[in-house]
Design a protein around this ligand. Structure first.
Ligand SMILES: [Fe+2]
Length: 256
Protein backbone atom coordinates (compact mmCIF):
# COMPACT_ATOMS: atom_id res chain seq x y z
CA UNK A 1 0.00 0.00 0.00
CA UNK A 2 1.19 3.50 -0.40
CA UNK A 3 2.72 4.34 2.69
CA UNK A 4 2.30 7.47 5.70
CA UNK A 5 4.12 7.89 9.17
CA UNK A 6 6.72 7.86 11.82
CA UNK A 7 10.34 8.86 11.53
CA UNK A 8 12.78 7.84 14.22
CA UNK A 9 14.26 11.29 14.46
CA UNK A 10 12.53 14.58 14.95
CA UNK A 11 13.71 16.19 11.73
CA UNK A 12 13.69 13.43 9.13
CA UNK A 13 15.71 14.16 6.03
CA UNK A 14 15.94 10.83 4.23
CA UNK A 15 14.35 7.41 4.07
CA UNK A 16 17.01 6.04 6.42
CA UNK A 17 15.41 8.04 9.25
CA UNK A 18 12.32 5.83 9.01
CA UNK A 19 14.19 2.56 9.42
CA UNK A 20 13.99 0.77 12.76
CA UNK A 21 15.37 -2.57 13.97
CA UNK A 22 12.98 -5.41 13.16
CA UNK A 23 13.46 -6.80 16.71
CA UNK A 24 12.55 -10.28 15.48
CA UNK A 25 13.02 -11.64 19.01
CA UNK A 26 10.15 -9.42 20.18
CA UNK A 27 7.60 -11.35 18.10
CA UNK A 28 5.65 -13.60 20.47
CA UNK A 29 4.75 -17.26 19.95
CA UNK A 30 1.26 -16.09 19.11
CA UNK A 31 2.61 -13.62 16.51
CA UNK A 32 4.43 -16.49 14.81
CA UNK A 33 1.31 -18.65 15.03
CA UNK A 34 -0.71 -15.86 13.39
CA UNK A 35 1.81 -15.71 10.54
CA UNK A 36 1.56 -19.49 10.08
CA UNK A 37 -2.24 -19.31 10.11
CA UNK A 38 -2.32 -16.47 7.58
CA UNK A 39 0.27 -18.13 5.35
CA UNK A 40 -1.52 -21.49 5.29
CA UNK A 41 -4.93 -19.90 4.74
CA UNK A 42 -3.76 -17.58 1.98
CA UNK A 43 -1.69 -20.09 0.01
CA UNK A 44 -4.67 -22.47 0.02
CA UNK A 45 -7.01 -19.67 -1.04
CA UNK A 46 -4.73 -18.51 -3.86
CA UNK A 47 -3.83 -21.91 -5.24
CA UNK A 48 -2.79 -21.11 -8.80
CA UNK A 49 -4.94 -17.96 -9.03
CA UNK A 50 -1.83 -15.80 -8.74
CA UNK A 51 0.83 -15.18 -11.39
CA UNK A 52 3.57 -17.82 -11.60
CA UNK A 53 6.49 -15.54 -10.56
CA UNK A 54 4.69 -14.97 -7.24
CA UNK A 55 4.58 -18.71 -6.52
CA UNK A 56 8.21 -19.06 -7.64
CA UNK A 57 9.17 -16.23 -5.26
CA UNK A 58 7.47 -17.92 -2.31
CA UNK A 59 9.66 -20.98 -2.93
CA UNK A 60 12.87 -19.12 -3.76
CA UNK A 61 12.67 -16.99 -0.63
CA UNK A 62 11.58 -19.89 1.58
CA UNK A 63 8.62 -17.93 2.85
CA UNK A 64 6.87 -21.16 3.79
CA UNK A 65 9.37 -21.54 6.62
CA UNK A 66 7.30 -21.35 9.85
CA UNK A 67 6.98 -18.09 11.74
CA UNK A 68 7.40 -14.39 10.93
CA UNK A 69 10.39 -14.11 8.58
CA UNK A 70 13.61 -12.69 9.98
CA UNK A 71 14.49 -9.82 7.62
CA UNK A 72 18.24 -10.48 7.85
CA UNK A 73 17.73 -14.09 6.77
CA UNK A 74 15.36 -13.02 4.00
CA UNK A 75 17.76 -10.36 2.73
CA UNK A 76 20.57 -12.92 2.61
CA UNK A 77 18.60 -14.67 -0.15
CA UNK A 78 16.89 -11.70 -1.81
CA UNK A 79 19.77 -9.23 -2.08
CA UNK A 80 22.21 -11.46 -4.00
CA UNK A 81 19.36 -12.35 -6.36
CA UNK A 82 17.92 -8.97 -7.41
CA UNK A 83 19.72 -6.35 -5.31
CA UNK A 84 16.58 -5.68 -3.26
CA UNK A 85 16.48 -5.74 0.51
CA UNK A 86 13.82 -5.24 3.14
CA UNK A 87 14.00 -2.82 6.07
CA UNK A 88 11.72 -2.58 9.09
CA UNK A 89 9.53 0.49 9.65
CA UNK A 90 6.92 1.24 12.29
CA UNK A 91 4.08 1.77 9.83
CA UNK A 92 3.15 3.61 6.69
CA UNK A 93 5.79 6.04 5.46
CA UNK A 94 5.13 9.21 3.42
CA UNK A 95 4.90 8.75 -0.32
CA UNK A 96 8.16 10.61 -1.03
CA UNK A 97 9.99 8.35 1.42
CA UNK A 98 8.36 5.24 -0.01
CA UNK A 99 9.30 6.09 -3.59
CA UNK A 100 12.84 7.06 -2.52
CA UNK A 101 13.19 3.63 -0.90
CA UNK A 102 11.92 1.83 -4.00
CA UNK A 103 14.33 3.79 -6.20
CA UNK A 104 17.18 2.33 -4.12
CA UNK A 105 15.78 -1.21 -4.12
CA UNK A 106 14.66 -1.01 -0.49
CA UNK A 107 11.24 -2.30 0.56
CA UNK A 108 9.75 -1.14 3.89
CA UNK A 109 8.15 -3.84 6.04
CA UNK A 110 5.98 -3.11 9.08
CA UNK A 111 7.63 -4.41 12.25
CA UNK A 112 4.33 -5.77 13.54
CA UNK A 113 1.71 -8.38 12.65
CA UNK A 114 -2.05 -8.20 13.08
CA UNK A 115 -3.66 -9.82 16.12
CA UNK A 116 -5.49 -13.12 15.96
CA UNK A 117 -8.84 -11.38 16.55
CA UNK A 118 -8.23 -9.02 13.59
CA UNK A 119 -7.18 -11.49 10.91
CA UNK A 120 -9.23 -9.81 8.20
CA UNK A 121 -9.22 -6.20 9.36
CA UNK A 122 -6.15 -4.06 8.82
CA UNK A 123 -5.89 -0.34 9.49
CA UNK A 124 -2.48 -0.31 7.85
CA UNK A 125 -0.30 -2.89 6.17
CA UNK A 126 1.45 -5.28 8.56
CA UNK A 127 4.38 -7.56 7.87
CA UNK A 128 2.10 -10.24 6.41
CA UNK A 129 0.88 -7.85 3.72
CA UNK A 130 4.37 -6.47 3.10
CA UNK A 131 6.27 -9.76 3.09
CA UNK A 132 3.76 -12.26 1.73
CA UNK A 133 2.17 -9.80 -0.69
CA UNK A 134 5.16 -7.89 -2.05
CA UNK A 135 8.42 -9.71 -1.57
CA UNK A 136 7.86 -12.82 -3.74
CA UNK A 137 7.65 -10.63 -6.86
CA UNK A 138 10.86 -8.82 -5.90
CA UNK A 139 12.72 -12.10 -6.47
CA UNK A 140 11.79 -11.77 -10.17
CA UNK A 141 14.58 -9.81 -11.87
CA UNK A 142 12.54 -7.81 -14.35
CA UNK A 143 9.62 -7.13 -12.02
CA UNK A 144 12.07 -6.02 -9.35
CA UNK A 145 13.60 -3.62 -11.84
CA UNK A 146 10.16 -2.31 -12.80
CA UNK A 147 9.42 -1.64 -9.13
CA UNK A 148 12.70 0.25 -8.76
CA UNK A 149 11.81 2.29 -11.84
CA UNK A 150 8.41 3.20 -10.35
CA UNK A 151 10.35 4.53 -7.37
CA UNK A 152 12.34 6.81 -9.68
CA UNK A 153 9.21 7.90 -11.52
CA UNK A 154 7.50 8.60 -8.20
CA UNK A 155 10.37 10.66 -6.85
CA UNK A 156 10.49 12.74 -10.04
CA UNK A 157 6.72 13.20 -10.12
CA UNK A 158 6.50 14.22 -6.45
CA UNK A 159 9.22 16.82 -7.02
CA UNK A 160 6.84 18.67 -9.36
CA UNK A 161 3.66 18.03 -7.39
CA UNK A 162 2.40 15.19 -9.60
CA UNK A 163 3.02 12.22 -7.33
CA UNK A 164 -0.46 10.83 -7.91
CA UNK A 165 0.54 9.91 -11.45
CA UNK A 166 3.16 7.47 -10.23
CA UNK A 167 1.01 6.31 -7.32
CA UNK A 168 -1.70 5.25 -9.75
CA UNK A 169 0.73 3.22 -11.86
CA UNK A 170 1.94 1.53 -8.69
CA UNK A 171 -1.59 0.95 -7.45
CA UNK A 172 -2.97 -0.56 -10.65
CA UNK A 173 -0.04 -2.94 -11.08
CA UNK A 174 2.07 -3.68 -8.00
CA UNK A 175 -0.73 -3.26 -5.46
CA UNK A 176 -4.10 -4.14 -7.04
CA UNK A 177 -3.32 -5.24 -10.58
CA UNK A 178 -4.63 -8.34 -12.30
CA UNK A 179 -2.77 -9.99 -15.19
CA UNK A 180 -3.43 -12.48 -17.97
CA UNK A 181 -1.28 -15.57 -17.99
CA UNK A 182 -1.87 -17.85 -20.96
CA UNK A 183 -5.34 -16.28 -21.35
CA UNK A 184 -6.23 -16.98 -17.74
CA UNK A 185 -6.99 -14.09 -15.38
CA UNK A 186 -4.63 -14.07 -12.38
CA UNK A 187 -3.82 -11.96 -9.37
CA UNK A 188 -0.76 -9.75 -9.75
CA UNK A 189 -0.96 -7.11 -7.01
CA UNK A 190 0.20 -7.57 -3.43
CA UNK A 191 -2.97 -6.04 -2.00
CA UNK A 192 -4.96 -8.80 -3.65
CA UNK A 193 -2.49 -11.64 -3.11
CA UNK A 194 -2.45 -10.94 0.64
CA UNK A 195 -6.19 -10.31 1.05
CA UNK A 196 -8.52 -13.09 2.17
CA UNK A 197 -11.64 -11.26 1.03
CA UNK A 198 -10.55 -9.44 -2.11
CA UNK A 199 -8.46 -12.14 -3.79
CA UNK A 200 -11.40 -14.14 -5.15
CA UNK A 201 -13.60 -11.04 -5.40
CA UNK A 202 -11.17 -9.40 -7.82
CA UNK A 203 -11.24 -12.43 -10.12
CA UNK A 204 -14.85 -13.52 -9.81
CA UNK A 205 -17.11 -10.59 -8.95
CA UNK A 206 -19.45 -9.59 -11.74
CA UNK A 207 -20.07 -6.17 -10.19
CA UNK A 208 -16.63 -4.67 -10.91
CA UNK A 209 -15.00 -3.32 -14.04
CA UNK A 210 -11.90 -5.02 -15.44
CA UNK A 211 -10.16 -2.83 -17.99
CA UNK A 212 -6.97 -3.43 -19.98
CA UNK A 213 -3.87 -2.01 -18.30
CA UNK A 214 -1.81 0.63 -20.01
CA UNK A 215 0.41 3.18 -18.33
CA UNK A 216 -1.83 5.95 -19.63
CA UNK A 217 -4.98 4.23 -18.37
CA UNK A 218 -3.36 3.64 -14.98
CA UNK A 219 -2.25 7.27 -14.65
CA UNK A 220 -5.79 8.49 -15.28
CA UNK A 221 -7.68 5.92 -13.21
CA UNK A 222 -8.34 6.98 -9.60
CA UNK A 223 -8.47 4.34 -6.89
CA UNK A 224 -9.97 3.76 -3.46
CA UNK A 225 -7.85 2.62 -0.54
CA UNK A 226 -10.69 2.10 1.92
CA UNK A 227 -12.96 -0.40 0.15
CA UNK A 228 -12.66 -3.23 -2.38
CA UNK A 229 -11.69 -1.76 -5.72
CA UNK A 230 -14.55 -0.78 -8.01
CA UNK A 231 -12.33 -1.47 -11.03
CA UNK A 232 -9.19 -3.45 -11.76
CA UNK A 233 -6.70 -2.94 -14.55
CA UNK A 234 -5.66 -6.17 -16.25
CA UNK A 235 -2.14 -6.48 -17.62
CA UNK A 236 -2.06 -8.25 -20.96
CA UNK A 237 0.88 -10.12 -19.45
CA UNK A 238 3.30 -9.44 -16.63
CA UNK A 239 6.10 -9.12 -19.19
CA UNK A 240 4.18 -6.55 -21.22
CA UNK A 241 3.50 -4.36 -18.19
CA UNK A 242 7.14 -4.60 -17.10
CA UNK A 243 8.23 -3.54 -20.58
CA UNK A 244 5.77 -0.64 -20.79
CA UNK A 245 6.52 0.74 -17.34
CA UNK A 246 10.28 0.42 -17.79
CA UNK A 247 10.04 2.33 -21.08
CA UNK A 248 8.28 5.27 -19.41
CA UNK A 249 10.46 8.31 -18.67
CA UNK A 250 9.63 10.90 -16.00
CA UNK A 251 8.94 13.49 -18.71
CA UNK A 252 6.58 11.12 -20.50
CA UNK A 253 4.79 10.37 -17.23
CA UNK A 254 4.12 14.06 -16.71
CA UNK A 255 2.93 14.50 -20.30
CA UNK A 256 0.43 11.63 -20.28
FE1 LIG B 1 1.38 -2.80 -0.28
Amino acid sequence: MLHRATATNEHPSGWQDYVVPQCWDAFTDDDHAVWDLLFARQTELLGTRVVTPFLDGIDLLRLSHPGVPDLDELNAILEPRTGWRTVAVTGLVPDEIFFAMLSERVFPVGNFIRKREELDYLEEPDCFHDLFGHIPMLAHHDYAEMTRHIGELGSAAIAVGEGDRASRIYWHSVEFGLAKEEAELKILGAGLASSFGEAHFSLESDTVERLPFSVSKAVHTPYRNDVFQPRYLVSQSVERTIRDVLALTPDELLAL
